[in-house]
Design a protein. Structure first.
Length: 722
């Protein structure tokens, strides 16, 4: 088994090799690559399958043996006594993430073969998928903050490429830019945080940073710095300004947290994730389940020992997650686009995970991260199966309409595998017993309940528990609203009245969906984004009168993902928590406490409110389908507030987009009118002076002396008066 750990570096390298080979094929052998495109899928799927096999071996070895972390480093850069080491590390958290990422990536790639089969960018898509998977796996194995930041940026770059994969669509190009810019805001904070931590601790290693920050806190409380690894100037500053030093440490840690805030779509940096749905559905599943957004939660887990010593930082993390959960859930209530509804669901669930981290519930957060990866991947792939079928009915030219749930309905009769797996996903995310989401979500709520009520009333934790329970009810409601609108009732896709209504409503945003004209010159480099793909366009299929089930390459991953969505929670049972025993916070042993009454209160309250949410969705969308429209009209301001996504996009448009444009316009006007005007005026004055003075050039010395004294005398009089 030791050999598996020593070979762990191959896990990110294998998909990277696939990406490089496919990329070289696109660049150097474009014609041959286009004719033999299946080899690209085979290479990508084969390499990630090998990575998955190795990750599975490492995961089960780590899970059962509880071995110490395995680290292998070598010096990358050195200047005097300062060195930067790179390499890889495998601990229990890393082993779990390797297993989850490779499992989901493998199934997504198999699914992509069917979903992207007729897309002209098929080969390019698999190159991007392999690079994306490699970047996330490299991030998981990174032993220090320098290496984390490198792979962090690679993950961001790959998400930009994949969100804007259909670069001929303006909406997709805009969504990619939005994701890139918003994440750069968070990444700038992360970079400042990393530099600040290095300034204080002189290290990029997680354990060393945590140890030296703990020493800093002890010095601030009056302990002797003897034998500590802190720099002399840092010790002197801390001893002279203990409160200021702790305040600066808090600021530095909050800056570092900005990176996970953006990557994991936490309020107010969540706005990029719903727009990311403009990318192909398989990449939506990969982003939401195991890569981009999971990276933020993973980094908080990696830095948990750094954050936990500062109560202010932990409180900020907990409330950020809680607010994010509420924002995502309230917006998901009114979305009609099936993918955007799932996107806001992801935002809400990520809020749960971050809230748990802030509460110190490290194990519960990672447990929910694992279970969520499986059922959210299944839900997104299920939505892609639905869209694939709807486009067969409505045509590819009606792509946005194919994602609108008002044109769906009754699909369980046409898509039995997709409908059953989607139902399993809805039950799991709603926290219904005994599916995986029940155990992981209740683990988070249980920690909040224990800290806020059982261990003495603590208002903040108690409020977080209450918010979490209410959010669970909203989750059940909007997920089963989605299920009932999509799979129950009568099929509405062939109803011309409904189609016209949806078409008219979406037409206001039609300008954003128009494709770039063939005469435009996109700023794309050669090879990777071939503009000639536009000439091929999307392949149009024959329209079907009725929806149909997707091919096996799309339904098989759904069926496989249904298994862990149902059973994965069993490894984290409160009375026999194998997961908690293996995956616990650094420096903490898992406390195996089980109180039946506590489980009954927490699980009972969350289950009751979830069942109430499901019952309400059934009543409104099955028994009384006319009521939702009437309720929306009666509370129109609240309905619009939710439907318009809390007006966050409009706010950012006014403050940042239009504000920056106004600032740029002001700077341009100032430059042209004031600065250039002053320069031009001085030049014009010099010309006038020269033209005027040339008439005084008579050649007579007496005249020049007269002019000289005529200029001097007023100056002498002026200085005399002063």
């Amino acid at each position: 088994m030791e050999l598996a750990y020593q070979a762990a570096w191959l896990i990110p390298v294998l998909p990277l090799m696939a990406a490089l080979i496919i990329g070289l094929g696109i660049l150097c052998f474009k014609g041959w690559t286009a004719q033999h495109r299946l080899w690209a899928a085979g290479l990508s799927i084969g390499t990630i399958a090998l990575a998955f096999a190795l990750s599975t071996l490492i995961f089960f070895t780590s899970f059962w043996s509880k071995r110490e972390p395995f680290t292998k480093l070598f010096t990358w850069a050195q200047a005097g006594n300062f060195t930067i080491d790179v390499g890889y590390t495998v601990d229990n958290l890393g082993a779990l993430m390797l297993f989850v990422v490779t499992a989901v990536a493998f199934l997504v790639m198999v699914y992509s073969h069917g979903y992207m089969e007729h897309d002209p960018g098929y080969v390019r898509f698999f190159a991007y998928l392999s690079l994306f998977s490699s970047s996330m796996l490299g991030l998981v194995l990174s032993p220090n903050l320098i290496q984390v930041y490198i792979f962090w940026e690679l993950v961001g770059m790959c998400s930009y490429l994949l969100i804007g994969f259909w670069f001929s669509k303006k909406a997709a190009a805009d969504a990619a830019q939005k994701a890139f810019v918003v994440n750069r805001v968070g990444d700038f904070g992360l970079l400042l945080g990393i530099l600040g931590l290095f300034l204080v601790t002189q290290s990029f290693d997680f354990s060393v940073i945590a140890e030296r920050l703990e020493q800093l806190y002890e010095v601030a409380k009056g302990a002797s710095p003897e034998g500590m690894g802190l720099a002399a100037d840092v010790v002197k500053f801390v001893q002279a300004n203990p409160q200021l030093a702790l305040g600066l440490a808090t600021v530095v840690c909050l800056l570092a947290f900005m990176g996970p805030m953006a990557k994991s779509a936490q309020f107010p940096l969540h706005v990029w994730l719903p727009d990311a749905m403009e990318g192909p559905t398989p990449i939506s599943a990969l982003i939401h389940a195991a890569t981009m957004v999971a990276a933020g939660v993973f980094l908080v887990a990696r830095m948990f020992s750094i954050f936990e010593a500062l109560p202010t930082v932990m409180t900020c993390i907990a409330w950020t997650g809680s607010i994010t959960g509420v924002v995502g859930a309230t917006i998901a209530l009114t979305q009609m686009d099936i993918k955007k509804g799932l996107a806001y669901s992801t935002i809400s669930q990520l809020g749960y995970m971050i809230m748990a981290m802030g509460l110190g519930a490290y194990t519960a957060a990672i447990f929910h991260l694992m279970t969520h990866a499986f059922f959210k991947a299944m839900l997104f792939l299920g939505s892609g199966s639905v869209i694939h079928s709807m486009e067969g009915v409505l045509g590819h030219e009606n792509a946005k309409e194919s994602q609108d749930m008002r044109l769906m309905g009754g699909l369980k009769h046409y898509m039995p595998v997709t409908s059953k797996t989607f139902l399993i996903g809805c039950l799991a995310i709603s926290g219904i017993f005994p599916l995986s989401g029940f155990w992981s979500k209740d683990a988070i709520l249980g920690e909040a309940f224990t800290k806020g009520i059982l261990e003495g009333f603590e208002p903040s934790a108690a409020a977080l528990w209450l918010i979490g329970v209410i959010t669970a009810g909203m989750t059940a409601f909007y997920m089963f609203r989605m299920y009932f609108l999509t799979f129950e009732g009568e099929f509405r896709g062939n109803n011309p009245e409904v189609f016209s209504m949806v078409k008219a409503e979406l037409s206001s945003a039609q300008d954003d969906q128009e494709e770039v004209t063939a005469h435009a010159e996109p700023a794309y480099g050669p090879g990777a984004m071939e503009v000639t793909e536009l000439e091929q366009g999307h392949q149009h299929h024959d329209h079907h009168h009725e929806p149909h089930e997707s091919p096996w390459s799309m339904t098989m991953p759904l069926a496989i993902l249904a298994v862990p969505s149902i059973f994965a929670g069993l490894i984290g049972l409160p009375w026999m928590n194998w997961f908690g025993a293996a995956i616990h916070a650094p420096g903490h042993e898992e406390a195996h406490k089980f109180i039946l009454s506590e489980l009954a209160i927490v699980a009972g309250s969350s289950t009751v409110i979830s069942l109430a949410g499901i019952a309400l969705a059934y009543y409104l969308y099955i028994l009384r389908p006319e009521l939702p429209g009437q309720i929306a009209q009666s509370i129109k301001p609240l309905y619009q507030f939710s439907k318009q996504k809390w007006y966050m996009d409009d706010l950012y448009e006014w403050i940042f987009v239009r504000g920056s444009r106004a600032l740029a316009q002001t700077a341009l006007t100032t430059d042209k009118k004031v600065i250039d005007g002053a320069v031009n005026l001085s030049g014009f004055g010099a010309i006038l002076a020269g033209e005027g003075l040339k008439y005084f050039e008579s050649g007579r010395t007496q005249f020049y002396v007269l002019v000289f004294f005529g200029a001097i005398i007023p100056l002498v009089i002026l200085f005399g008066l002063l």
